[in-house]
Write a new protein. Structure first.
Length: 259
């Protein structure tokens, strides 16, 4: 474990280079360019707000804000898994030509998505300021911890799906369908209090449930997140990272042959 961490540290410049390349190439040749970083989540927020405020009425005050503070983190999670599935396959030429720790690929991809989320958080704070809801500085102190927990969780899952996709290419498409379903099992568009009591265990088994609740507590309710839930999410993230690292390490031995 420590040997792998030291090796990854040695290749830190490669990770930085891949992150920069991904961020620059994400919207290359598009007219609006980097503005799509803000336009994509804004469009999703507008659509969901119109639907759930006017058609499926939620009865939640400032629903647009209620949705915004969790939608941006959800986009990070969704893109890390659905796009992360191709993190190794998309770099097959690099994998075949030179040696480097293959974990660099999912790490660089998830880090790129994470930076994209940090930039998109400007949308969240803009909406908060415009809404007049305000911020609690004490609650904001917990925000970096919540982001770190989500990053660890995303990286663990990305390790698994990126390695498995090398052997099972259909997983790329399966992940797209899975993420469409997963958002409805996470309290992104509704409050967890809306869930029937008999279904709560299913929703609480979702590692993104406490993460989504933590973002909402900090940015919408202006209060410190529930520490027990946050620790549960951290445990799930660390477990996912260890399992992901083990699965990736086992499967990477035949990457060149499979690619």
């Amino acid at each position: 474990m420590w040997k792998k961490c030291r090796e990854l540290f040695v290749y830190r410049e490669m990770i930085k280079s891949l992150v920069r390349r991904d961020l620059r190439g994400r919207y290359k040749s598009s007219v609006l360019g980097f503005l799509w970083t803000f336009i994509n989540p804004l469009c999703q927020i507008i659509v969901y707000t119109v639907v759930f405020s006017n058609i499926f009425r939620m009865g939640i005050e400032r629903y647009y804000l209620f949705l915004t503070v969790v939608m941006i983190p959800w986009v990070f999670f969704s893109s890390s898994l659905s796009g992360g599935a191709m993190a190794v396959v998309s770099q097959q030429d690099l994998v075949k030509k030179i040696y480097f720790p293959r974990e660099v690929l999912p790490i660089s991809f998830v880090t790129s998505c994470f930076i994209n989320m940090l930039l998109s958080m400007a949308v969240v704070f803009l909406v908060i300021v415009c809404s007049g809801n305000g911020l609690c500085l004490y609650a904001l102190l917990y925000l970096p911890a919540v982001m770190l927990v989500e990053y660890i969780l995303c990286l663990g899952f990305a390790m698994v799906v990126s390695a498995c996709t090398v052997y099972f290419r259909d997983l790329e498409h399966i992940m797209g369908v899975l993420m469409m379903a997963w958002i409805y099992l996470t309290p992104v568009m509704y409050d967890i209090s809306f869930i029937p009591e008999n279904l709560l265990p299913v929703f609480r088994a979702n590692p993104m449930t406490p993460v989504a609740a933590a973002y909402r507590d900090i940015l919408y309710y202006k209060q410190a997140p529930d520490m027990q839930s946050l620790l549960t999410a951290l445990f799930a993230g660390v477990l996912a990272l260890f399992v992901g690292g083990a699965v990736f390490g086992r499967l990477q031995k035949n990457f060149v042959e499979e690619l």
